[in-house]
Design a protein around this ligand. Structure first.
Ligand SMILES: *Cc1c(COP(=O)(O)O)cnc(C)c1O
Length: 417
């Protein structure tokens, strides 16, 4: 804010601009590393929430790798998630991928770069099995293959973020899981757990994956793991790893990390399986802002401030989830004397960000800063109405501000034909 009663931002930037907070990312990563160490699990970055690859070398210092939703994110990880400066024994980061369905063309490339490939159905697994076998024979290498299952245990209010909702297309339910035919990797038959036979035998499923949580605490994981065990433990002996997905809000202040750690430790001890978590939000939670400028103030049933940003273009989750993002120096509507509806610059009547109140009247030219804008923002934004994309800047832990990227007409043009 630039009006009298508020501080000027430390570093004035051309708006709109996302500013990533490196210090907060480091704090989040420290928490995640500590959890991984104490629980004895591996933690991956779910890139779909946050793909600011300039920070990948930093993230690679703390996490075990990434997961991708498909080829492009997997390629991004392959190209940028390296920790070459690591003094540790294994600087290589794991590249996992889960896609609801792989296309033939995409799968051939995924086979080249991913270490763990997770399928949403046994149909997809069967479809690509021969291609996998040919690849493994040609390269004399082994990868891990997994199946996403649906534990049918909803821990949230349903809606578009609940993969356990009735009729969900995400994951194989116990009813549709071919337990009788499922050989997987037998811990008993193979000395080296999880390694496929040397004689070129058909590759096998080595793990199961679920992802059912969204912004949840560890009690939701605890009950989900219980449902997972009840429905699927009959095949755990044929596996070597499980992946508990994302949605663990580990880095938020009231998250119960001790419960998380005990759930994972108990599971590992009981079944002797490696455990993965793949949070997205938790890596960059509260680690970025979107800075915008007031362009106009109009009246209709109260004051409406038009900003040089947009809910639908630059913070689409505000409309999709939906939710009201926080603004620094503002209170909810009516709490302070001067209330405004914040609206975006697009033609969409519903391009409304929320209602806010301030101690002093807003002025045209004032800066408005939305918090917690590093996640599901840059990765989801778009140029509807030809609106320019916000620049991306990094507030470094050493105090300097670096503009990583600015956008313009060419970026709009480059996505059209
Ligand atoms: C979305 C997603 C994640 C990350 O979820 P967050 O809520 O950002 O932690 C992890 N795995 C899968 C399969 C996902 O779809």
């Amino acid at each position: 804010m630039q009006d009298k009663n508020t501080k000027k931002p430390k570093n004035a930037v051309k708006t709109p601009c996302y500013i990533i907070d490196e210090q907060q990312i480091i704090k989040n990563l420290q928490i995640l590393r500590d959890v991984a160490n104490r629980a004895g699990c591996k933690i991956l970055l779910a890139q779909k929430a946050f793909s600011a690859f300039a920070l990948y070398p930093l993230i690679g210092e703390y996490l075990d790798g990434t997961t991708a939703s498909g080829l492009h994110e997997a390629q991004l990880s392959h190209d940028y998630m390296k920790n070459e400066n690591s003094k540790k024994e294994n600087p290589k980061k794991e590249n996992h991928v889960f896609s609801v369905a792989y296309s033939d063309a995409e799968f051939a490339e995924i086979l080249q770069i991913c270490d763990y490939i997770i399928f949403n159905s046994f149909g997809q697994w069967e479809r690509f099995k021969q291609q996998i076998k040919a690849h493994e024979t040609a390269t004399n290498s082994k990868k891990n293959y997994g199946i996403r299952i649906n534990p049918e245990h909803s821990t949230q209010g349903g809606g578009i973020y609940d993969p356990c909702a009735t009729g969900s297309r995400l994951g194989v339910t116990a009813k549709n899981f071919p337990f009788a035919d499922f050989s997987g990797i037998s811990n008993i038959e193979n000395d080296e757990i999880g390694e496929n036979d040397e004689n070129g035998e058909t590759p096998k499923i080595t793990g199961l994956h679920f992802h059912t949580l969204c912004q949840q605490n560890s009690d939701a994981l605890e009950s989900t793991v219980k449902a997972f065990e009840e429905k699927f433990s009959q095949c755990f002996g044929k596996l070597k790893w499980v992946n508990f997905g994302g949605g663990h809000h580990i880095t938020r202040p009231n998250y119960d990390t001790e419960k998380l750690i005990s759930v994972i430790k108990n599971f590992r001890q009981k079944y002797n399986l490696a455990v993965y978590l793949e949070p997205g939000e938790a890596i960059a939670l509260n680690a970025g802002v979107l800075v915008s400028t007031v362009l106009d103030i109009i009246e209709n049933n109260g004051k409406i401030a038009i900003l040089d940003t947009s809910a639908t273009c630059h913070m689409p989750d505000v409309l999709e989830m939906p939710y009201r993002p926080e603004v620094t120096t503002a209170a909810p509507k009516g709490e302070k004397p001067h209330s405004y509806v914040f609206g975006g610059v697009t033609c969409l009547a519903g391009d409304i960000i929320g209602e806010y109140s301030f101690d002093q009247p807003l002025q045209i030219g004032d800066t408005v800063t939305f918090t917690d804008m590093a996640i599901y923002s840059m990765v989801k934004n778009n140029t509807f109405n030809g609106i320019n994309l916000p620049s991306i800047a990094l507030q470094r832990a050493n105090g300097t501000l670096a503009v990583l990227r600015e956008f313009g007409y060419q970026d709009f043009l480059g996505r059209l034909g």
